[in-house]
Write a protein that binds this ligand. Sequence first.
Ligand code: SAM
Length: 270
Amino acid sequence: MSNKLSYYQEELNSDAIKDEFIFYLKEKLLFSDKDIYVDKDRELNKEEQNLIKEFIDKKKEGVPLDYILNSTKFYEKDFYVDSRVLIPRPETEILVDYVNNHSSPSMKVLDAGTGSGCIGISIALKNPSFQVYGSDYSEDALNVALINKNNLNVDNFSLVHADWLSSFKKAYFDLIVTNPPYIADQDSHLENLKHEPNQALVANDNGLGDIKLIVEQSTEVLKSGGMLMLEHGYQQQEEVENIFKSNHFIDIINLKDFQELPRITLGTFE
Ligand SMILES: C[S@@+](CC[C@H](N)C(=O)[O-])C[C@H]1O[C@@H](n2cnc3c(N)ncnc32)[C@H](O)[C@@H]1O
C-alpha cells in the first residue's frame, strides 16, 4: 500500500468526503495548500498515515466530521463535541440571535436540554449581566457542556442536572430557551443521525412529548411576563402554537430557518 497523500485522495469516493478530507488535513494535521496540492506525492510519516487512516475508517462508518475533529463552530466560537452530545445546528443560531437582539439587562435565563452548552454559553457570552443556567438530564452531556464552559471562560453560565424544569424555583426565570428532542421514533431521518445520541433526538407522542412537558412545566418556573422560546420540527408549528395557547402564552411568534421553514416558536407567559 502506498503511503503518499495522492493515494488516499484517490481512495475517497465522494466530493463531499473529499472536501471534508481537505478540511481535516488542514485542521488536524496542519497541512498547507502546498502540502495538499503540490507535494501530494511526498512520503507521509507514520503519525500522518495513522491520522489519515483513522479519518477514512470513521468516514466509512458515517461518523460526522465534527465528531472526528471533536470540534464544531457555533455562533463564531469553537465548541468541543463528541458522541455524548448533539452536534449544534446552524438554525439554532437563529434562536440565539433573537435573544441577543431582544434582551434587557440582568435576565435569568435557562437553556433546558443544554447538550454541548452551545445555546446557553453563546447567550451568556454576549450578555455578561445575565445569569444563565444550562440543564440536562444526561450527565454525559453536562460533562461536555462543562468542557465548553471552561474552554470559553464563561463565568455567568452554571450547569444543573435536571429532568426538564422539575427542579427549579417557581417564577424564577425571565426566559427559557430550549432545543428539545422532537423527532418521532419512526422518522426516516433517524437513519442519517445514528451517531448522535438518541435521547437528544427522539420524543414520544409523535415527537411532541418533550415539547408538551416543557411548555406545561414552564408555566411554573417562568415569571409572569417571562418568555419561552423553543425550537421544533418544521411540520410541528401549528401543534406547538396550540400547545402554547392552551398553556396561557400570548404574543406567539414563529421564526423561520434559512430555508424559510417555521422552526422556532416563542411566546410570553401571561
Ligand atoms: C436536541 S438536543 C439539544 C442540545 C443543544 N441544546 C443544542 O441545541 O445543540 C436535546 C437535549 O435535551 C436533553 N434531554 C433529553 N431529555 C431530557 C430531559 N428529560 N430533561 C432534560 N434534558 C433532556 C438531551 O440530553 C439533549 O442534550
